[in-house]
Design a protein around this ligand. Structure first.
Ligand code: PMP
Length: 394
């Protein structure tokens, strides 16, 4: 991770903004550079060697994702620009072909805007209703209320696997199981989960699971829409044009087979290869050990926070990832963030694209330190030493 070896404001960089994006190992940077240096060509059009080679790398990358999330088929893996585009693809398709007036779409109060706004638009287009499942005071989904919201009109349940603001890990398997009793389609936003645990889509049994490559040590501009074969077959394409067609006349077109039906235009070949390399990297490390390390970091963080009276932790779920959201006294989060940056510490401040959640909690935003496997206990200690200094400035 070469980027981590630098100084910011004259201090060694402490990067604690991993929920926004993770940094990239050298091997991923090299794979992208190598692709453009040796193999760059358009895919699936090959009358020549470079195109054949690029196509092979591109399709092997799809196989890597399939293995990583244990999808049944490689054609259930659709490349997108990221989580946002994947959810838009699903929501827009369902609005066009499936949702009808009176249907209900359930989301939770902790969703990212990317898993709220596409459903608002889908609801408006189809006449369906958006229903919000509440959270409890710890920031966990209130499961018993969620279950009472399910009924015969529930058409879609779209929820996050892990909250980007609170760190809460949702019981996705149970959420999906309950939704399926009412034949609802289940959509899981895996943006924050994919870099912090094992995801098995067949075990979760969800219809759709989406994530972004850049939160898994891969490049930006590449993401994944996993869908069960039957669901993807039913869903109309989001974008149209080249690659996604089988036949075209001036009057009409027929769609290509899966997954190409959803991949209009020249895809992000280098991005897919970069992501596959990141997956290879993650598979090569001790993932169980890395997760245990992250859990130690968040535990240590909470212990240090408990020693500071003016730190108020936002998100106290029993089961959470290494996201530490907090407020310091009555200081504005952006002031705390600026003062931490002066000390070389990168955190995120604000509403974290969860404005409705902030409204529910009655706060303008939080300071969020989010950890990855390359962070250390020493860095956590330095965060708190820096916060002690911040306090003297406020
Ligand atoms: N959902 C969650 C829970 C997220 O944390 C994010 C990224 N902050 C997104 C969706 C959107 O991801 P992207 O911007 O990569 O499309």
């Amino acid at each position: 991770f070469p980027i981590l070896d630098q100084k910011v404001k004259g201090k060694p960089l402490i990067y604690l903004d991993n929920a926004a994006t993770t940094q990239k190992p050298q091997i991923v940077i090299d794979a992208i550079s190598q692709f453009y240096s040796t193999t760059n060509a358009n895919v699936h059009r090959g009358a020549h060697t470079l195109s054949d080679d690029a196509t092979e790398l591109f399709e092997n990358a799809r196989n890597s994702v399939q293995g990583f999330i244990n999808a049944k088929h490689a054609h259930e893996i659709v490349w997108t620009r990221g989580t946002t585009e994947a959810i838009n693809t699903i929501a827009s398709g369902l609005a066009q072909s499936f949702l009808k007036p009176g249907d209900e779409i359930i989301i939770s109060a902790m969703e990212h805007h990317a898993n709220i706004v596409p459903w608002q638009v889908a609801a408006k287009r189809s006449g369906a209703k958006l229903v919000v499942a509440p959270i409890n005071e710890k920031g966990e989904l209130n499961f018993s209320i969620y279950k009472t919201l399910l009924n015969k009109n529930t058409a879609v349940v779209a929820m996050t696997h892990v909250s980007n603001t609170l760190g809460t890990i949702n019981q996705v398997k149970e959420i999906v199981q309950s939704a399926q009793q009412f034949n609802a389609i289940t959509v899981i936003d895996g943006a924050q989960a994919i870099g912090h645990g094992f995801v098995d889509v067949q075990d979760l049994n969800c219809d759709f699971y989406v994530f972004s490559g850049h939160k898994l040590f891969g490049p930006t501009g590449i993401g994944v829409l996993y869908g069960k074969e039957a669901r993807l077959e039913q869903l109309p394409p989001f974008q149209t044009g080249g690659e996604m067609i089988k036949t075209v006349t001036f009057q009409q077109a027929t769609w290509n087979e899966l997954p190409y039906k959803f991949e209009a235009g020249t895809p992000n070949v280098a991005g897919a290869i970069g992501l596959a390399t990141a997956i290879g990297y993650v598979n090569s490390i001790d993932r169980v050990g890395a997760l245990a390390h992250e859990q130690r970091l968040i535990k240590y963080c909470s212990e240090l926070a408990n020693n500071m009276d003016d730190i108020h932790i936002i998100g106290m779920a029993e089961n959470k990832t290494s996201i530490f959201s907090f407020l310091m006294g009555d200081a504005h989060p952006s002031d705390v963030g600026t003062l931490l940056n002066q000390q070389g510490i990168a955190v995120r401040t604000g509403h974290h694209c969860t404005m409705p959640l902030m409204n529910e909690l009655g706060i303008p935003g939080t300071v969020r330190a989010s950890f990855s496997m390359y962070n250390t206990e020493e860095e956590v200690a330095m965060l708190f030493a820096a916060l002690t200094k911040v306090r003297t400035f406020l």
